[in-house]
Design a protein around this ligand. Structure first.
Ligand code: KIV
Length: 263
């Protein structure tokens, strides 16, 4: 069994080894993912792939707490991060109240907050009150409605400079690591070089300090759409459908159950 990471070992990994982060939403998958990953993220992406909604915005704190407890049961040896859902960290006091609720009702190790320099004062308030925070900069899924879609960041000089300002502001606020999403690879590389905490990429190229993927995307289980940055390591949807079809055929032809499945 590998040793569970801590915010100290996560910080120390920068420049030494790449961090492997993956999402999980339940105990069943968490148990399967845990042996090969450093960090498990209970992402609010669960609202799309698990709850079938169009975006992450309607995820609730109660939903995140329920799934975090389920994941924690399956991955007892993993460093666990829970996404703070949309609308739960609009000001420092509200953010702290909601973060304490998650910390008290789950065994989570840290919380993830979307936003850059504009959220630094909120993150600083959480960090100074005992909440470990992972930042999230670049493409922010919770901004999909206000930005009119999922927009790759870092295309203009202004955006590049803003991303570096964001990363530095989050580091100063006290994050122990941050996710960078949907950013041009050369820009993400500069962002990762500009701070001393690990910068974990998703759709941000390879020159960062680790990678994160949504497990249902990389296992090919989520069929609605596949972002360019996702590598499908198996065609999960086809495998599941084929297995269920075999079961269905065998029930109808009386091939299942056989004597070995019978008391
Ligand atoms: O919700 C999520 O799964 C995430 C990842 C895309 C990083 O935030």
């Amino acid at each position: 069994m590998t040793k569970k990471m801590t915010i100290t070992s996560i910080k120390k990994s920068k420049g030494v080894s790449k961090l492997v982060m993956i999402t999980a939403y339940d105990a069943l998958f968490a148990r399967l993912l845990e042996p090969s990953c450093d960090i498990i993220l209970v992402g609010d992406s669960l609202n799309m792939s698990f709850a079938g909604r169009a975006d992450t915005l309607s995820a609730t704190l109660e939903q995140m707490i329920y799934h975090t407890n389920a994941v924690a049961q399956g991955a007892k040896n993993s460093f666990l991060i829970c996404d703070m859902p949309f609308g739960t960290y609009t000001n420092p006091e509200e953010a702290l109240k909601n973060s304490i609720k998650v910390f008290q009702e789950t065994p989570v190790d840290a919380l993830k907050i979307e936003g850059g320099a504009d959220k630094a004062h909120i993150i600083a308030h959480l960090c100074s009150n005992g909440i470990a925070v992972c930042g999230h900069i670049g493409l922010l899924p919770q901004a999909v409605r206000s930005e009119g879609g999922y927009k790759v960041k870092g295309k203009s000089q202004e955006e590049q400079e803003q991303l570096i300002r964001d990363a530095k502001a989050l580091e100063k606020a006290g994050v122990f690591c941050m996710v960078i999403e949907g950013v041009k690879a050369d820009v993400a590389k500069e962002v990762a070089k500009s701070v001393n905490v690990p910068v974990i990429g998703i759709g941000a190229g390879r020159d960062v300090d680790g990678q994160v993927l949504v497990f249902s995307d990389m296992l090919g289980l989520f069929e609605e759409f596949t972002p360019k940055f996702v590598k499908k390591y198996m065609d999960g949807a086809a495998l599941v459908k084929s297995a269920i079809k075999s079961y269905s055929d065998e029930v109808r032809t009386l091939e299942f159950p056989q004597d070995i499945h019978t008391y």
